[in-house]
Design a binder for this molecule. Structure first.
Ligand code: GDD
Ligand code: MG
Length: 352
């Protein structure tokens, strides 16, 4: 059986001012009427052998998560509440240990970030089946995307030999967030894929790799899950034990180091919706290549993204702008600089 494990603890600072600490991007309808989190679950419908999902999120977001599940009538097998964020390795460790406690040690965990867009659902489902095949044999499967530019915010996977009988290639090397020069060389070589950040592995296999490379995480997560206190659908943890976990991503903790990683190529219109430029790319455009949401008017304006939440927003004679209007803040940014929106969020945090 395949159990989706949904990582929804991120903060999405580059999508400010829509994305806020109490309502980060994964819980917002960024590209259609459903939230990214709801879309993540919805697009799994029809995957064979799929069980109910396990959600891992920050305690602060629990009612929003529960409500978004309820409004789609989505069944799940629990919502693990993190008292603090410790990045993805501890979050995934919690999920694997919790399922092991339920006797599901050999379940296949399909780890999915809650904030990605995937256009071609059928191609995605096919890749999941190929990954499940490899994961059953004990491999740790990742989904690899053909790189389009020398992105430094992603992991890179060097493809090794094809594994007999599987649609998977060995991961010859995994490099998380290389510098710009290295990323450019990887792009040039043609032999690297982007790590999509989605994984599929058996619970027991992941736990064995974590025990090898990050024994502290296993020890602290075991303590954190020692006496789970069920509270509605929520699973609460021993806060101090979890807070003592090293904060590290699964990419650095396991994927860079394991010798049993394989990669499944994924060509399905994947986008991690990291910044406003990505929202523009994945959203429907009008004839002027503008993406307009809410009450907007434009004249002689092209390639803009406009989100108007509370007021009429109008553009005249400007191109390549991102304009996001909310009740208490307005962002105006050039499309080529939207990665730097996090700088503004940083300034706001130091002001507080
Ligand atoms: N529950 C929980 N707790 N979820 C978390 C936490 C946490 O502490 N930290 C992050 N997440 C969630 C985020 O919400 C996101 O959905 C996912 O885990 C990945 O975290 P990011 O912080 O977005 O990772 P990244 O973008 O820097 O890098 C990862 O994704 C890239 C592709 O988008 C890596 O896997 C890269 O290798 C990969 O290329
Ligand atoms: Mg990300």
């Amino acid at each position: 059986s395949i159990i989706p494990v949904i990582l929804s603890g991120g903060s999405g600072t580059r999508l400010w001012p829509m994305s806020r600490q109490l309502r980060p991007k994964q819980f917002l309808p960024m590209v259609d009427q459903l939230s990214l989190f709801q879309n993540t679950l919805q697009r799994l419908q029809g995957v064979t052998e799929l069980e109910e999902a396990l959600i891992i999120c920050n305690e602060e977001h629990r009612f929003m998560v529960a409500e978004q599940l309820r409004s789609l009538n989505l069944q799940h097998q629990g919502i693990l509440l993190e008292p603090v964020g410790r990045n993805t390795a501890p979050a995934i460790a919690l999920a694997a240990l919790y399922l092991a406690q339920q006797g599901k040690t050999e379940a296949l965990l399909l780890v999915l970030p809650a904030d990605h867009v995937i256009q071609d659902q059928a191609a995605f489902h096919q890749a999941i089946q190929a990954a499940a095949h490899a994961a059953r044999e004990g491999y740790l499967a990742t989904f690899g995307i053909v790189p389009q530019h020398a992105e430094t915010g992603y992991g890179y996977i060097q493809q090794g030999e094809t594994i007999a009988g599987l649609t998977a290639k060995r991961v010859a090397a995994f490099v998380e967030k290389p510098n710009a020069i290295t990323a450019a060389a990887y792009l040039e070589s043609g032999n690297y894929l982007w790590n999509s950040g989605m994984f599929l592995f058996r619970a027991d296999r992941l736990l064995a790799e974590l025990a090898k490379y990050q024994p502290d995480i296993i020890a602290q997560c075991q303590l954190a899950l020692a006496q789970p206190r069920p509270d509605l659908d929520f699973i609460r943890l021993q806060a101090a034990a979890f807070a003592a976990c090293p904060s590290i991503s699964i990419d650095y903790a396991v994927m860079e180091r394991t010798t049993d990683a394989v990669v499944i190529p994924l060509d399905a219109g994947w986008n991690d919706v990291g910044a406003w430029s990505a929202v523009w790319e994945v959203s429907p455009h009008n004839e002027q290549h503008n993406v307009l949401r809410g009450d907007t008017l434009t004249h002689n304006a092209h390639n803009n993204l406009v989100y108007a939440e509370h007021r009429l927003v109008t553009l005249v004679g400007v191109d390549n702008l991102t304009v996001v209007e909310t009740k208490d803040a307005v962002l105006v940014a050039h499309r080529d600089h939207v990665q730097d929106v996090k700088q503004i969020v940083g300034q706001l945090q130091t002001q507080q």
